[in-house]
Design a protein around this ligand. Structure first.
Ligand SMILES: [Zn+2]
Length: 252
């Protein structure tokens, strides 16, 4: 038994009883954890607004290492992302980021890179004009930090660099297929190599500079399809927040 302290991002919470809430956090040190916040539903709760989804909080919680449910002792707000919450485009994006993270991360497994990615993405979202590219960047980078970086330089089958022109792309195998190999292995889609240049840029671009990346007209939809289907091939299901994100991308 012991006390644990960590910084955490509130991913989700629900009412466990008339008084208590169950809160899911992504922490910097211990990965995703669930904790019971006793009396958090009472008017004078000691947790105040610290259990709102998105908030970055300093946590102290109690319980055995690797148990599935902890008891929350303390949660103090570091960042509430208040201005982000007031912008519909931003709040829908943030809701998607946390739902996506929650759906792909198992509990009790340290994920410091995912924590940093999510926190930095939320900070970028808050501090800049809304740009749908940040959503694509987050999808691609989340796959990368989870070990699913798509192979974009060499054909998955023959390992050769593709000839100029179009390439095939396999979502299940996560990478490109050169033109001759698409006759042997079914690609999920095919696209011009211009798309590859932007996907490669998106894998290395500093998130804070996401608003400087301008996609040529017509490429937004194709890149959206690629990053979203990559996510789907891994998560296996559509997220509740995705239709809102899709609508945002279409309107910008
Ligand atoms: Zn090939």
């Amino acid at each position: 038994m012991g006390l644990h302290s960590a910084q955490g991002i509130v991913l989700r919470r629900f009412n466990l009883s008339e008084k208590d809430k169950l809160v899911t956090f992504l922490t910097d040190r211990y990965g995703k954890i669930k904790a019971v916040a006793k009396s958090a539903r009472m008017a004078k709760s000691r947790f105040g607004a610290a259990l709102e989804p998105l908030s970055v909080v300093q946590l102290i919680y109690f319980g055995r290492e690797n148990q599935t449910l902890y008891r929350l002792n303390q949660a103090e707000i570091d960042h509430s992302f208040q201005s982000l919450r007031e912008d519909p485009c931003k709040i829908y994006s943030a809701a998607y980021f946390i739902e996506l993270t929650d759906s792909l991360i198992p509990e009790g497994h340290p994920e410091p890179q995912v924590f940093r990615l999510l926190k930095e993405t939320l900070e970028t979202l808050q501090n800049n004009k809304f740009n749908a590219i940040l959503v694509r960047l987050f999808e691609l980078r989340l796959m990368a930090v989870l070990g699913y970086t798509p192979q974009l330089t060499h054909c998955l089958a023959c390992k050769k660099e593709p000839e100029p022109g179009w390439v095939g792309f396999s979502y299940n195998r996560r990478g490109i297929l050169c033109q001759p190999c698409t006759s042997k292995l079914q690609p999920g889609t095919r696209f011009q190599q211009g798309i590859l240049i932007y996907l490669k840029k998106m894998l290395t671009l500093d998130l804070k500079n996401s608003n400087r990346l301008k996609l040529p007209k017509g490429m937004e939809d194709e890149i959206e399809t690629v990053t979203h289907r990559l996510i789907l091939s891994h998560s296996g299901r559509e997220l509740k927040s995705y239709p809102f994100i899709k609508a945002l991308s279409g309107n910008l």
